[in-house]
Design a protein around this ligand. Structure first.
Ligand code: IFM
Length: 458
């Protein structure tokens, strides 16, 4: 096999004309232009010494607000069917809830251009950048934030009209809740198990409330949510390790999926002390369980667990090679396993792989970036999606994370996930060899008789 190219079996469901390929980004990670929006929890977090590894922030990032036309031309040149990006709440809404028209116009122009190019817009409403004024009132610990999110979804979906192919309410509520309120390694940096569950519940409630709004305002769009999963494997065949991995799986993965699909939290809830239970009020789970048109799945790696004498489970370090620059094990089989497992356990709606990719140590040499490890990662994970699809999982799309290198949260600019390299000084974009391989793969797919479909999503 040519290790400079991406390929799939000719009969792969991923090569059908309906299957959508895209690239993804998020507002805080690429936009910059912080002066034309409100402060967010990530601005505050970045300004707190020691929180971001390289001491950087998102004030300029990829300066996408000033480079968006060039960036959309770049996206078009890759031949993708879709572009997934997020809207910055802090850019489109003033603190008093009124519209920031300039901010909204930015996204409307972007959407219009995408539509002109025939590229489907997958819009995420919340990719972690909560306006700071809401955090000042408790952020996701405050139930009221869920209702503020509904108002924001109302404003955006009314203004965008029928320009959007698909909405995701939230990106990875696990990260917002667990990393932000329980582990303290993401903004706003709280460290409390009780807070983690409280924030998670309010995020899920926000999702359900926004779904009602999206279904009213954007009935033709595919409306859903994006979750991240790391499947949990037991370290050994012992009953104790198997039980530990099962509890971890419920705690980190099913905690989000089960309320959405079955209107209940997983059984591991009963193992938690009363003060760590989510603050569920009557009717909440019915709101959270609003019918989804699709579920977005973000996959990067797996985790391994063993039994612990003091905790419910103990997570093991990633040891198996190869590792990405994040220190995450490259384990494509985990994506197939996860998709098949969820397909068996739940009545899953349509599935889109909304993020998948790898941070690697990229070097710009003579104006080029050769990144064979990222290319191999993409190839093996596309194959993993294919393996699940041929076994019956209704996967309809795949988005590479990320279009371009960007602000990688607590890692700052030290980690590069892009299939396009960004020189942060000159703001030059340089397509990496993985980006060219992705483009060539899509070109070949298009040439083998596949015609892009136009029109509504549902
Ligand atoms: O960069 C992030 C993204 O914002 C959310 N999903 C995981 C990516 C890589 O860490």
């Amino acid at each position: 096999m040519n290790n400079k190219a991406i390929s799939l079996p000719l009969t792969s469901p991923l090569l059908s004309k309906e299957f959508i390929f895209g690239v993804a980004t998020a507002s805080f990670q690429i936009e910059g232009a912080a002066e034309s929006r409100l402060d967010t929890i990530w601005d505050t977090f970045c300004a707190t010494p020691g929180k971001i590894r390289d001491g950087s922030d998102g004030k300029r990032a990829c300066d996408h607000v000033h480079h968006w036309e060039e960036d959309l031309r770049l996206i078009r040149s890759l031949g993708v069917d879709a572009y997934r990006f997020s809207v910055s709440w802090a850019r489109v809404m003033h603190a008093d809830g009124s519209v920031n028209q300039q901010g909204l116009d930015f996204y409307i122009a972007l959407l219009d251009r995408l539509n002109e190019y025939g590229i489907k817009a997958f819009v995420t409403l919340y990719h972690w950048d909560l306006p700071q004024h809401l955090e000042d009132k408790g952020g996701w610990l405050n139930r009221e934030t869920a209702f503020k999110f509904r108002d924001y979804a109302q404003l955006v979906s009314r203004a965008f009209g029928d320009r959007v192919y698909s909405y995701a309410t939230l990106n990875e509520p696990f990260c917002s809740a667990y990393l932000g309120y329980e582990a303290g390694i993401h903004a706003p940096g709280h460290k409390s198990r009780a807070y983690g569950k409280q924030a998670a519940h309010h995020l899920l409630l926000a999702h359900g409330l926004a779904m009602q709004v999206l279904d009213d305002n954007a009935p033709e769009a595919l409306n859903g949510i994006v979750l991240n999963f790391s499947p949990c494997y037991p370290e050994s065949d012992s009953a104790e390790d198997i039980e530990a991995a099962k509890m971890a799986d419920e705690y980190f993965n099913h905690w989000y999926l089960q309320p959405l699909l079955e209107q209940r939290y997983p059984d591991v809830l009963d193992k938690l002390p009363e003060d760590e239970h989510p603050p569920v009020q009557a009717g909440d789970l019915a709101i959270i369980g609003h019918k989804l048109d699709y579920i977005g799945i973000n996959y990067y790696t797996r985790e391994r667990y063993q039994a612990s004498s003091t905790e419910l489970f103990e997570k093991l370090e990633h040891e198996q090679q190869p590792l990405t620059d994040m220190g995450w094990e490259v384990f494509p089989q985990g994506l197939t396993d996860l998709l098949l497992d969820y397909h068996q356990r739940y009545q899953l709606p349509a599935v889109y792989i909304t993020e998948n990719g790898a941070a690697m140590v990229d070097k710009l040499v003579d104006g080029k970036v050769d990144d064979p490890e990222r290319l191999a990662y993409l190839q093996s994970h596309l194959r993993a999606v294919h393996d699940a699809a041929i076994k019956g999982v209704d996967v309809r799309g795949y988005f590479a994370w990320s279009l371009m290198d960007n602000f990688e949260w607590a890692e700052g600019y030290l980690k590069r996930f892009g299939i396009v390299y960004v020189d942060y000084h000159s703001q030059q974009r340089i397509i990496k060899s993985s980006g060219y391989a992705y483009r060539d793969f899509l070109l070949q797919k298009a040439q083998s008789g596949n015609v892009k479909q136009q029109g509504g999503a549902k």
